[in-house]
Write a protein that binds this ligand. Structure first.
Ligand code: CA
Length: 559
């Protein structure tokens, strides 16, 4: 569909470039509803897209360059943390190790420290302990699905900029390599002297040039696709029409993602270690992956070089099968819940190994989920107290658990509701490694260095706005406690947010919620309490302006 027609915003004018026509950036935020409202409310002061304010008096952010996300200056905490980190390097004689622990599709409400745990049939004492001894973020944001989050945290850029806007699925043929021109996190850290490893799920492409060990990781030990894309070959109970039909299965296997455990090395060497031939193989996969990460922590921790390990669990993405050694371990006894318990046990085991190796005080650990629960698979799904789920940009899709831990650096027991976007990990870790000058100068970088937020005892977030995209469509943003939607994903059947939902443009007014008084986004503030409505629209406009000078990529996933 022609973007101008779709959004009724021809007056904004679009360059003929097919990319921009395709992306619809300049009229995404200013959807028809926004434009109409805008005309009504433009008497509000609109500041320049550069300089102070991001166009809104609500914003404290300052623009330092036209290709950098505006950030809130907190000079005192920034200075204090710079000194704190420098003292740490002096004390240990080494840059800090970095361990990211990413769970697949765990809901905000699944861990006990976020209100779930034993109360919903699967205790998570190890994740809870991490939160208790670290910083628990209550407004931590992911993208709405796997591939977008996983690529965003490794590039520091919104998926719409790299073209990795949705999961790559069987049969997808990309028109270009999205990694071309990007400077990945492992590349940055590798150049800074780190040994880099990704264990577990990848889900950002398995063709040569797009594998973890092609895009900067020294080593990859894991699976290319998501759990279900593998288990479906062998699950005759759930997929009898595929598994019990040999001809069909053979045809499908030709286009399907790899079901092998891959051991890849920078330079291209790639070994198929084993394959998933049964549900039991699948159910045991995370134990094998966790054992590998533990072994690597021990091995790399003894070396001279710091390490960056991204451990990505296959679980608790559907379809869940309990590890036979742990079956029934949860009070619930459901496979999803048993797997939450298993993930928690592995998290505890990683921390134990770090402790045994004397690495706890020189390792920055960040724990998160890559998106909200996939309610389409319920009851094989997690829990969120918020509206929506994976596949939407309501809070249920994008607000996730996020815990920062670093013994002696992160003050134990901290909790913050300041916003944190998982893609901030990119600039944060670049700062830890002392390579912020290697962050690309010719690209727009959405990531913000949040070291001072995470590591100052009273740190405040430097991020003012979280932008939410659904595919190539800008659907919502959060600023302070306000959330504004320009488009919404509405299911036609309860819980089917992916399988049976439509993206709808809102009506005359954008949907504006105050998340403090309406965390479930149920009733808009509308004309009763809408003092900030127009100025929040200006924030959206400033964001869309960034795409004019720095056009996004379309790698063939846009439709
Ligand atoms: Ca996911």
């Amino acid at each position: 569909m022609n973007p101008g027609e779709e959004h009724g915003a021809p007056s904004l004018g679009h360059p003929a470039s097919s990319l921009r026509n395709h992306l619809t950036v300049s009229n995404i935020a200013m959807s028809a509803a926004m434009n109409r409202l805008w005309l009504l409310l433009t008497t509000v002061l609109v500041l320049s897209a550069t300089g102070l304010g991001q166009g809104s008096p609500l914003s404290r952010a300052v623009t330092t360059a036209d290709n950098r996300q505006p950030a809130i200056p907190w000079p005192k905490q920034e200075k204090a943390v710079r000194e704190k980190l420098a003292a740490k390097v002096k004390e240990t004689g080494k840059k800090p190790n970095i361990l990211w622990i990413i769970v697949d599709d765990m809901g905000y409400g699944d861990p006990g420290c976020y209100g779930g745990g034993a109360a919903i049939g699967a205790a998570t004492p190890n994740i809870d302990r991490l939160a208790k001894e670290g910083l628990k973020l209550t407004s931590c944001y992911s993208q709405h699905t796997c591939t977008p989050t996983r690529s965003a945290i490794l590039t520091g850029r919104l998926p719409v900029r790299t073209g990795l806007i949705r999961p790559i699925l069987a049969g997808d043929k990309l028109t270009s390599n999205p990694w071309t021109g990007e400077v990945s996190m492992p590349t940055l850290l590798g150049d800074a002297g780190y040994t880099t490893l990704l264990t577990g799920k990848w889900h950002v492409g398995e063709v040569v040039g797009m594998r973890p060990h092609d895009i900067g990781f020294d080593e990859f030990y894991g699976y290319y696709p998501a759990e279900k894309e593998i288990s479906q070959y062998v699950d005759k109970r759930r997929y009898p029409d595929l598994v019990l039909n040999p001809k069909r299965l053979a045809a499908f296997m030709k286009v399907a993602p790899s079901h092998h455990l891959i051991h890849g090395f920078k330079g291209g060497k790639t070994i198929e270690v084993s394959s998933v031939n049964s549900l039991e193989d699948m159910a045991r996969a995370d134990q094998v992956l966790a054992d590998f990460t533990k072994q690597k922590i021990r091995e790399l921790g003894k070396g001279d070089k710091p390490f960056f390990i991204e451990h990505c669990f296959m679980k608790v993405h559907c379809d869940n099968f309990a590890n036979p050694d742990l079956e029934g371990i949860s009070a619930s006894k459901y496979p999803f819940k048993d797997n939450v318990r298993e993930v928690d046990l592995h998290v505890g085991a990683f921390m134990k190994v770090l402790e045994e190796e004397g690495l706890l005080d020189n390792t920055f650990v960040f724990f998160a989920s890559d998106n909200g629960p996939q309610m389409d698979a319920w009851p094989d799904a997690g829990y969120t107290p918020f509206r929506g789920a994976k596949g939407t940009t309501f809070e249920g899709g994008v607000r996730v658990p996020g815990i920062a831990y670093w013994k002696g650096v992160v003050k134990p027991g901290r909790e913050s509701d300041d916003v944190f976007d998982l893609l901030d990990l990119y600039s944060t870790c670049a700062e830890l490694a002392g390579v912020t000058d290697k962050i690309p100068q010719n690209l727009y970088v959405d990531s913000i260095d949040q070291t001072s937020f995470l590591f100052d005892d009273e740190g405040k977030s430097k991020r003012e706005v979280v932008y939410m995209w659904w595919g190539a469509q800008f659907t919502a943003l959060r600023i302070r406690e306000y959330k504004m939607h320009f488009k919404v994903v509405i299911p036609s059947f309860p819980r089917l947010y992916i399988d049976m939902a439509t993206v709808q443009t809102v009506g005359l007014a954008p949907w504006l919620f105050n998340l403090y008084i309406d965390p479930k986004e149920q009733e808009t503030l509308g004309h009763r309490r809408n003092a900030w409505l127009a100025s929040i629209g200006a924030v959206a406009k400033a964001h869309e302006a960034t795409f004019k000078k720095y056009p996004p990529k379309n790698v063939g996933l846009n439709d």
